[in-house]
Design a protein around this ligand. Sequence first.
Ligand code: NAP
Length: 247
Amino acid sequence: MSLEGMAALVTGGSRGIGRAVCLELARQGAAVAVNYAGSIQAAEETVRQCRQLGVEAELFQADVASPAACDALVAAVKERFGRLDILVNNAGISRDGLLMTAKEEDFSKTLDTNLKGAYFCTKAAAKVMLRQKYGRIVSLSSVVGLRGNPGQTAYAASKAGILGLTKAAAKELAGRDITVNAVAPGYIATDMTAALPEKAREAMLTTIPKGRPGTPEEVARAVAFFAQRESAYVTGQVLCVDGGMAV
Ligand code: NAP
């Protein structure tokens, strides 16, 4: 299978899972638009590594929590590559805290980035994809969005919201060869999970039948499956990449 001739936009492509997705899509031949919020050096490194794989890659700064920024981002990618075949809604944050003590501003910031960001980008990308009569949209949800997790009400709500967005958009866009799917990782070794207290990480490990955290590359391969032209008949689905955590 190959993604040659395709153009992909990956939000939050500077680090972690997003960088691994950029590199996997590049390895399969796609031109890659690497979005980031603030980490320009890390994003430049992703671009450099994509280009080393022999594909076109470009840097695009944008805060996905802003609808205007998402519109401008998609327009800039379309301008640069002439098309947009694959959107990966990966950008995400976690602002954890117990229900009774967490601040409303952290809830809003989490929803704005994780859920509304995916909504804004999906909407902007769908306009291009509807005209093309082709598109593959993949969003990063989480096992926490399926199962919940104490101390993560905002994050869980945002990731459960991704599932609803995915299923509804899948039904709306299916007629134009646009698929919309989600990948739900469990515990993946990235900056996001490195920021958790060691006790929380140890507790999470005990819930994983595989007995280890996943790698960003393992998540990227699931994203790349949905991104294939040949995956045309798979839409509205959620694939857990979690070492058995959610079983
Ligand atoms: P990470 O290492 O913390 O990286 C987050 C990425 O999102 C960075 O590239 C960051 O850009 C970008 N980002 C954050 N806010 C943004 C904004 N407002 N606009 C644009 N980009 C923004 O996270 P990760 O662990 O790779 O997670 C990636 C995705 O997978 C997230 O949606 C996360 O919720 C999901 N996920 C992760 C795990 C896990 O165990 N790691 C599990 C389930 C789901 P900058 O570098 O510029 O800040």
